[in-house]
Design a protein around this ligand. Structure first.
Ligand SMILES: Nc1ncnc2c1ncn2[C@@H]1O[C@H](COP(=O)(O)OP(=O)(O)OP(=O)(O)O)[C@@H](O)[C@H]1O
Length: 423
């Protein structure tokens, strides 16, 4: 293992069935990867020989080869080593089993496998979803990717859940293409921020995904891959069983935790296949600081792009031109609630938010709901804006917005997610 942090220009010869793992940690660092010969892939996406792939600070990458290859890394990597022991063959077997179910679904014109990947934090759930989706799409499938991880998800920004039709393998550097995802606003970075709302949104997303799949035969036979949060104990476990029920899952892949595996085998109906897979030893544990940075980076990416830059607009909006709401009022004991209402109802209550400094640096979701008459909670969102300045004297706020003014005349939903625009 090398972690001397000196600039490197290293060539690695990888034996079949091994992987090169590396991390870029230093600030403002760029590392390029090039496949010199042989065949290799990064989380299921094949590398193109001679193409330079650039990775920046925070990247934790594994280059895996089935048949052997030579790769070169240029730049300062903080960690780089070759691992011969990986669970890749088991992951490939899982893919082969899913493929069988897809073939059967194609022949019978029925629904392909609905697979959910679960496990504690930092076991490689997102990476396994990406790998299995990439393998599926490389076989000509069009699976749907559902990301329920509101903290470290791969679709849209933190504080949301969403779905995406995967039509091509993920880009090695940028992940899956974010064209036209279906996104619901949750507003918290963990499901326990409002579990009642989270479960409602999961049910809503499941219904919508099902509907859209029925209209697309190829996607229907390809099935769904669901990524979940690493919250697996107590209420966390209950929320997983809710997801399984809402999506009517066929397969649950449990990464790393035997206890969770046994609980699910015990509690799931017999037709749900619960499979245990070991985690890849290369998966990197992330501190809460690193998680917060990753969330920040996702919001920045939403507004400013990643490799191909985006140019968001910044303009002033008068307070009286906006309708801002928040979902969920503070909890009250049942005894304090009006007759016939439960404390839970408060969690889904739409509360008007008066504009002021309370909005500063907050992300606001632009809902498709035009008024409170609509089903605001269950409406998906068109996009996001961020409040970068508040002027109480002029009663205006400055917003960062992907589109030029004016803001659509729909409701704005306040999120707990904050973003400091340092551009
Ligand atoms: N084989 C590997 N070698 C090196 N790094 C890896 C490998 N597999 C995954 N990683 C990295 O480890 C980190 C954590 O992986 P991942 O996000 O898949 O875990 P997770 O279980 O989904 O995490 P979370 O608990 O946040 O949902 C990611 O940065 C990923 O790029």
């Amino acid at each position: 293992m090398s972690d001397d942090k000196t600039p490197t220009n290293q060539e690695f010869k990888l034996e079949p069935d091994s992987e090169l793992r590396f991390e870029v940690e230093s600030k403002n660092e760029k590392v390029t990867l090039e496949l010199k010969s042989g065949v290799a892939e990064v989380f299921g996406t094949e590398l193109v020989k001679g193409k330079l792939y650039t990775f920046t600070t925070g990247a934790k990458i594994a280059v895996f080869t089935w048949r052997g290859c030579v790769v070169e890394l240029k730049g300062k990597v903080d960690v780089s080593y070759v691992a011969k022991e990986t669970p890749q063959v088991m992951y490939l077997n899982a893919h082969a089993c899913l493929e069988k179910l897809r073939e059967k679904a194609g022949e019978e014109n029925s629904r392909g496998p609905i697979t959910m990947v679960v496990g504690p934090t930092d076991v490689g759930k997102s990476t396994l979803c990406r790998l299995l989706l990439n393998y599926a799409v490389r076989m000509g499938r069009r699976p749907v990717f559902v990301d329920l991880d509101v903290g470290q998800g791969q679709i849209s920004i933190p504080g949301t859940i969403g779905a995406l039709l995967v039509e091509r393998p993920a880009s090695v550097e940028e992940g899956f293409s974010q064209q036209a995802p279906l996104v619901y606003h949750f507003g918290h970075k963990a499901p326990n921020g409002n579990l009642t709302l989270y479960n409602i949104l999961v049910t809503r997303l499941a219904e919508e995904v099902q509907e859209r799949m029925q209209a697309n035969r190829r996607a229907n036979a390809s099935g769904v891959m669901i990524n979940t949060c690493g919250w697996v104990k107590g209420d966390g476990y209950k929320h997983l069983t809710h997801v399984a029920q809402a999506f009517e899952v066929d397969v649950i892949i449990v990464l790393d935790q035997e206890r969770l595996y046994n609980e699910l085998v015990r509690d799931m109906p017999a037709f749900v296949k619960v499979v245990f897979l070991p985690k890849n030893g290369g998966v990197v544990e992330r501190s809460s600081g690193a998680r917060a940075e990753a969330r920040d980076a996702r919001v920045r990416e939403y507004f400013y792009g990643m490799r191909s830059p985006l140019y968001p607009h910044s303009f002033d909006v008068r307070f009286n031109e906006t309708k801002i709401y928040k979902i969920g009022a503070p909890s009250l004991p049942d005894s304090c609630m009006p007759l016939g209402m439960k404390a839970e109802d408060n969690h889904t209550k739409l509360v008007a938010v008066s504009a002021g400094t309370n909005l500063l640096h907050h992300v606001l979701a632009v809902s498709f709901a035009a008024s409170t008459e609509d089903d605001v909670i269950r409406s998906n969102v068109a996009g996001f804006i961020c409040v970068t300045n508040v002027d109480m004297e002029r009663q205006t706020m400055t917003v960062l917005c992907p589109q030029p003014r004016p803001l659509p005349k729909t409701l704005l939903l306040l999120s707990d997610i904050q973003f400091m625009d340092s551009h």
